[in-house]
Design a protein around this ligand. Structure first.
Ligand code: ADP
Length: 154
């Protein structure tokens, strides 16, 4: 008898799952995109957060609350680029594809955000930064939870 409880098996199983295994496609706009067009993207892509890039590198994220803030703040959404209202680097919490989903979930909870851009190190025109390769949200994590609670065996 190994002394392993069922909980230990779940723990070992979950620890093996990487961000890359469950990530969704990223939703990305350029920083020059107007706030209006970024809001349209948010609706069309059915997401809560959009990644903002400049020359292909991550420069920020913009979420529902940021759009609401800009609307009640009187921003001219047809003129102002999304880069002006986004949360910007280096304050963006990211996940790497090879990271465990436990680490990603801990970041989501600790920083009280809905999703993390999944990124890879990249260099464009001598500038080092992140290329956005996916996104991981509370929904991705919840799906794992549902799988664990409903699958007959894993
Ligand atoms: P919502 O606005 O839909 O409630 P969040 O709770 O995720 O979405 O966003 C709250 C704030 O945190 C916003 O200002 C947003 O720009 C910022 N934010 C969202 N995701 C991240 C992230 N991964 N790293 C840093 N800041 C983020």
């Amino acid at each position: 008898y190994s002394g392993k409880s069922n909980l230990d098996f779940y723990k070992d199983y979950i620890k093996e799952i990487k961000v890359d295994d469950i990530k969704s496609l990223p939703v990305v706009v350029d920083e020059s995109t107007t706030v209006y067009d970024a809001i349209v993207t948010l609706f069309l892509e059915d997401v809560g957060t959009v990644c903002v890039v400049s020359k292909g590198l991550l420069v920020g994220v913009v979420s529902r609350k940021d759009f609401l803030k800009s609307a009640i703040g009187g921003v001219d959404i047809n003129k102002i680029p999304v880069g002006v209202i986004m949360t910007r680097m280096p304050n963006i919490i990211v996940a790497k594809p090879e990271e465990s989903i436990i680490e990603a979930a801990e970041k989501i909870i600790e920083h009280q955000v809905d999703s993390l851009p999944v990124v890879q190190d990249a260099e464009v025109d001598g500038v080092k930064g992140y290329k956005v390769v996916g996104r991981i949200s509370k929904t991705n994590i919840t799906k794992i939870f549902v799988d664990l609670g409903t699958k007959a065996s894993i």
